[in-house]
Design a protein around this ligand. Sequence first.
Ligand code: KG4
Ligand code: ZN
Length: 344
Amino acid sequence: MTVLAIESSCDETAAAIYGDCGLLANDVASQLAAHAAFGGVVPELASRMHVEAVWYTVRAALADAGLGLDAVDAVAVTHGPGLVGSLLVGLCAAKGLCWRAGKPLVGVNHLEGHIYSNFIEDPVPEFPLVTLIVSGGHSDLMLMRGHGDYDVLGRARDDAAGEAFDKVARRMGLPYPGGPVLDKLAEQGDPKAFALPRARLAGELEFSFSGLKTALVRVVEQLGDQAEARLPDLCASFRAAVVDILVEKTLLAVERHGVRHVAVCGGVAANAGLRRSMEAACADAGLTLSIPPLRYCTDNAAMIACAGYHRLRGGGSSTLTLDVASNLPLLDAEAWRAEVATPW
Ligand code: KG4
Ligand code: ZN
């Protein structure tokens, strides 16, 4: 079985092909440079650029895989969460391909896609596992018992980790996108230079980063002109606080649910500090850790193709009436059963 996938939820137009033998193509047209001039993603610009790039990206993926459209078994597409205009471009393109070639459409939740970034290459994680999704808009802890079988354990009450990294970076005058720039600077700083609060939310599996963000902004204001010279220390201290909480809550979830496997995914999984700390903590606790190579951490279509492949194998496909949903939730198993009748 072979699945062609399109991802266009934010500022990357991506197409990929994944099948029984693994990943056959993975193409992405990044809009990063266009949005950098504005210091963030401009939704209208993003939609227009997706329109320009989507067919080229799909054609590039088919050419890389050496396949015609007839040779794929289904077209998977991200239909939420994300920017409505951006999602619409990918969904319309996918529907057009399905209509033309008579193939099934498979709607994929972007967050489920991130989870499947850990299933693209061997060794794939074993079930049951706790997965930490840390992207620009989400910090979620989920228990995954099998393919498509999730329990939501906890979410971010306010800012997600990626959002906090980006907002703090912007406040420190760092260029867009802030998260990776802050991460690089942090490598040269002292994580103990500034004492920042950790919102531990005792016993809870939820996250709150907005207090930490405000505390860092206050330190920057107090430093005034000296802030620039202290950037590496500020970044290192902030990153250490975020990472401490992410690791602590993940291990609490593991302990509470008695699992031995951890999988981390999403753009923030590219963070060097998080990767090191999570690796050390999992090794100490005797847990196996899956964390994708950097190319699968930030948005890509390989993860959507892999999620779509597993969904299709489980008998799940969508109809051509599928719509986009900017806040599409990743349903837990119970809600899924109620809504879709059978889990896959
Ligand atoms: O998963 P992703 O590419 O898009 C969403 O689904 O949101 O995640 C983007 C987020 C941004 O907030 C970005 O700053 C953050 O991931 N990010 C990082 C790093 N690389 C990307 N944050 C911290 N350190 C990094 N190295
Ligand atoms: Zn993403």
